[in-house]
Design a protein around this ligand. Structure first.
Ligand SMILES: Cc1cc2nc3c(=O)[nH]c(=O)nc-3n(C[C@H](O)[C@H](O)[C@H](O)COP(=O)(O)OP(=O)(O)OC[C@H]3O[C@@H](n4cnc5c(N)ncnc54)[C@H](O)[C@@H]3O)c2cc1C
Length: 325
């Protein structure tokens, strides 16, 4: 019997389908991604935050060591709101340069400093051998209204142009599939993304999202706007639902009802929550991969295990495991 690949709903030409017919003609998964020439191993990048205490430092380095053999394209280190982690971000990035085989990317923001001070930070990175910067506007600490610093870079596009004048950095910028919360409208925000790329950024990394269709529709809009740079999906594996809701409210990402239903009743069961997180994230990356996406950025929250497992599902294997790379 020949099955149509995808039936969008339970009716065909207005005719209600009987259960068996519906099951046999309904959506199909294409199977686990096969590794062949037509489907290259995806490129991954991992994001860390700079640790505040010795215990967190140890946790970060366990995470880095666990993920290092996956040979990510780069690993990035965030910059605390208002530049509050400048020293710790620099120290973490410098240690990655000195002690690992990884390519680090330093996040840098415009908030709370003039251009000369930001240029100085960028020069120190360049002198330390760092060649990749994630250029961001940043947010005001405590969540106040953003006002450009007098004499500072007003927006991320201005920072990208400033970095270009300092050195031949590889520059990544942020993109928002659900529109940045302060943008007057989606097309203004898309024009802003284009300005950042036109100013010299080579890739965008998206804010996290849970609804894959939202991201794919955003890619369509980017392409229609003439953007050709990669818009790498930012994947945040969620094992703490309450925390995900809080993060999402802060950055304008929507939380689908199904995610709440999935995690309902799991608050007191961390083992179950880890399993749910793995299923959700694996499903998400597989759907993206099935749609042709071959580059992923993971918000690790300095915890390696989920990310390691999802990388494995994507076909990315540790170089020390003896498995084909
Ligand atoms: C991958 C990723 C990594 C991040 N890392 C960090 C980090 O390390 N540290 C941190 O503090 N934050 C980080 N953030 C959060 C980011 O700083 C915030 O989302 C911030 O509010 C916007 O930064 P941006 O670079 O996207 O800003 P921009 O691209 O400058 O845009 C900010 C807003 O201003 C609007 N805008 C742009 N230009 C103009 C203009 N000329 N006039 C008026 N409005 C304008 C845009 O439409 C948008 O609404 C990250 C976000 C992402 C997606």
């Amino acid at each position: 019997m020949k099955h149509s690949p995808i039936a969008p709903d339970a009716t065909v030409l207005g005719r209600e389908l009987a259960p068996l017919e519906r099951w046999l003609t309904g959506p199909r998964f294409a199977g686990l991604p096969a590794r062949d020439a037509a489907q290259p191993t995806p490129l991954l990048s991992f994001e860390f935050f700079p640790p505040r205490t010795e215990a967190l430092e140890a946790q970060l380095w366990t995470c880095i060591r666990r993920l290092e053999p996956l040979r990510p394209r780069f690993v990035s280190v965030t910059y605390g709101a208002g530049g509050s982690t400048q020293t710790r971000t620099h120290a973490t990035v410098a240690r990655i340069v000195q002690e690992t085989s990884l390519v680090p990317a330093a996040h840098l923001t415009c908030v709370g400093a003039d251009c000369a001070a930001i240029d100085e930070v960028a020069r120190r990175y360049w002198d330390a051998g760092v060649r990749h910067v994630v250029a961001l506007r940043g947010d005001v600490p405590g969540g106040g209204k953003y006002e450009p610093h007098p004499g500072g870079y007003a927006y991320a596009a201005d920072l990208v142009a400033g970095l270009r004048r300092i050195g031949d950095f590889e520059i990544s910028v942020a993109a928002y599939p659900e529109t940045h919360p302060e943008a007057p409208d989606p097309s203004f925000d898309l024009d802003n993304l284009k300005r950042k790329l036109d100013a010299g950024a080579t890739r965008a990394i998206t804010q996290f999202f849970f609804d894959t269709a939202v991201y794919l529709r955003f890619l369509d809009r980017c392409m229609a706007a003439g953007i050709t740079a990669p818009i790498v999906p930012g994947i945040m594996p969620v094992s703490n639902y309450a925390q995900a809701v809080k993060f999402s409210a802060g950055c304008g990402a929507s939380v689908p009802a199904w995610l709440g239903h999935l995690f309902a009743g799991a608050d007191e069961d961390p083992e179950l929550r880890r399993m749910l997180a793995a299923v959700v994230a694996a499903e998400q990356v597989r759907l993206l991969q099935a749609n042709g996406v071959d580059e992923f950025h993971f918000y690790t929250l300095n915890r390696p295990e989920l990310v390691y497992a999802i990388a494995h599902i994507l076909g990315v294997r540790s170089t020390s495991s003896g498995a084909p790379g």
